[in-house]
Design a binder for this molecule. Structure first.
Ligand code: ATP
Ligand code: MG
Length: 321
């Protein structure tokens, strides 16, 4: 079974990415053959600055490695090192209707937030389909926001297969963990690198504190009973606390005397404790960027082998001789 996962270097990786996708991806290394890449081409839809793209790409790679990505066992590369994906993207574009792309929630969501709509952003799902189909992926672990993109991949693959009367592409399945399908951001909307509502996984204590203290709540006072059901602090705390700790937290909501600031500090401590074990390894890779580059190149050479074989089959099928 082949599992494929990608993350855009479009900003600093946050706890939504971690619980929505990275955690499952790392664990999946025991269940099947993991293909994971840093989606640098995808990031161009939002990052137009050289320094940021380079920095974010390194950071994403370093974070994955620190969290347990095993480059020997898995195939781990940066998207633009395997250019076959762009060729397939173009081929698939000709089997993708405008209507299909116009229905994409992620595109509509981003443009409605004022992110300018260029063709890259519009055709993003086609590039994602190329990522998935190029490597014959069976399973794609994603957050809820990406389910539709995996469904679109199946539509595109189906339409291609039917057209040429050949099962060239496998139909992938999205794997979503319902519990963490959408991690809310500090403003209650989906946490997103591009929405400025994140709590980052690895950052300075000062920055993390600023992010956690910035979680939006209602304006109940210290001496009032508070509701945990609809509280953003509680929804995020659920990711870091066990049942007993959560019961205790609910008790604190029900007992007047503490304010939201106190609950935020408890959460802050839990977050720091959670990611601490990975920091040493992260530090190591931060100081050994050359090694990171070599790891990615090694991964790209493995990925390219599969990609070039697949492209030969596809070209042959459609008449690109
Ligand atoms: P951008 O704002 O640039 O789209 P993003 O934060 O949405 O960034 P992506 O790189 O688009 O991150 O997504 C990486 C993975 O993380 C995907 O599998 C996506 O489903 C998952 N993911 C992103 N945000 C969340 C979230 N808030 N909750 C759960 N999963 C998420
Ligand atoms: Mg996204």
């Amino acid at each position: 079974m082949r599992i494929l996962s990608g993350i855009q270097p479009s900003g600093t990786i946050h706890i939504g990415n971690y619980f929505g996708m990275i955690k499952k991806m790392i664990e999946s290394q025991n269940d099947g053959e993991l293909f994971a890449f840093i989606a640098s081409y995808h990031a161009l839809t939002s990052v137009k600055d050289k320094e940021s793209l380079e920095k974010n790409s390194y950071e994403a790679a370093i974070n994955f490695l620190a969290l347990g990505m095993d480059p020997e066992k898995s195939t781990f590369w940066i998207q633009h090192d395997v250019k076959e994906v762009l060729e397939l993207y173009w081929i698939l574009s000709n089997h993708t209707s405008m209507g299909l792309l116009e229905r994409a929630h992620s595109y509509k969501d981003k443009t409605s937030r004022g992110i300018s709509a260029n063709h890259g952003l519009f055709s993003y799902p086609v590039l994602m389909a190329a990522d998935i189909l190029l490597f014959n992926s069976n399973i794609v672990p994603v957050g809820k926001d990406q389910i539709q993109h995996v469904e679109m991949t199946r539509d595109i693959a189906n339409s291609f297969n039917n057209h040429y009367g050949k099962e060239i592409f496998l139909l992938p399945t999205a794997k979503v963990d319902e519990v963490v399908a959408t991690v809310p951001g500090t403003d209650g909307a989906k946490m997103s690198k591009s929405y400025n509502n994140t709590i980052d996984m690895f950052t300075t204590s000062k920055q993390r504190k600023k992010q956690v203290m910035g979680i939006v709540t209602d304006s109940k006072e210290l001496d009032e009973v508070k509701e945990w059901e609809s509280c953003n602090i509680y929804s995020i705390s659920k990711l870091f606390m066990n049942d007993d700790e959560l019961a205790n937290l609910r008790q604190r909501y029900a007992t007047p005397g503490e304010g939201y600031g106190h609950f935020k500090l408890t959460l802050l401590e839990k977050i720091e404790e959670y990611f601490k074990p990975y920091e040493e390894k992260r530090e190591y890779f931060l100081n050994n960027k050359k090694e990171v580059r070599e790891i990615l190149e090694f991964g790209a050479s493995k990925a390219r082998k599969i990609a070039s074989e697949k492209m030969r089959e596809i070209r042959d099928t459609i008449g690109l001789i």
